[in-house]
Design a protein around this ligand. Sequence first.
Ligand SMILES: Cc1cc2nc3c(=O)[nH]c(=O)nc-3n(C[C@H](O)[C@H](O)[C@H](O)COP(=O)(O)OP(=O)(O)OC[C@H]3O[C@@H](n4cnc5c(N)ncnc54)[C@H](O)[C@@H]3O)c2cc1C
Length: 118
Amino acid sequence: YAKEREQFGKAIATFQNTAFKLADMETELQAARVMLYEAAGRLDGKTPDATRWCAMAKRFVTDTAFKVANDALQIHGGYGYLADYGVERIVRDLRVHQILEGTNEIMRVIISRDMLKD
Ligand SMILES: Cc1cc2nc3c(=O)[nH]c(=O)nc-3n(C[C@H](O)[C@H](O)[C@H](O)COP(=O)(O)OP(=O)(O)OC[C@H]3O[C@@H](n4cnc5c(N)ncnc54)[C@H](O)[C@@H]3O)c2cc1C
């Protein structure tokens, strides 16, 4: 969409603001993916820090996924908010994961409690 949509006579992808946003979105998404697999590996390996890592991953991945989807909505402008491109559905679906299966505030409780024990 960013390569197709033109404003001021140019594709919006040629604006550095858009290109930098895309770069940050990809970086944040891949960082979240790496963290997810790291936590999953620790859970499979039954390491003593698996609970802390899973809480950190749940908090970080769900916050990051929501932010990246919301950034995608912004790049689509008004169409992002409407149903046409399906981005608003992704944003809505991701929002609940900051609440489900223990809110992200509770994940912070779990992480900090583990950090401060002993
Ligand atoms: C679509 C959907 C599907 C669901 N499906 C299921 C399901 O299948 N099975 C199931 O068991 N549950 C399910 N839930 C419930 C879900 O797990 C809870 O909504 C979630 O755990 C949050 O609990 P709560 O709604 O009671 O919020 P509350 O506990 O009332 O929290 C309200 C706010 O206060 C904050 N808060 C609460 N306690 C603390 C604290 N100690 N420190 C700091 N902040 C705090 C929370 O982070 C939140 O921001 C579902 C919820 C939704 C929306």
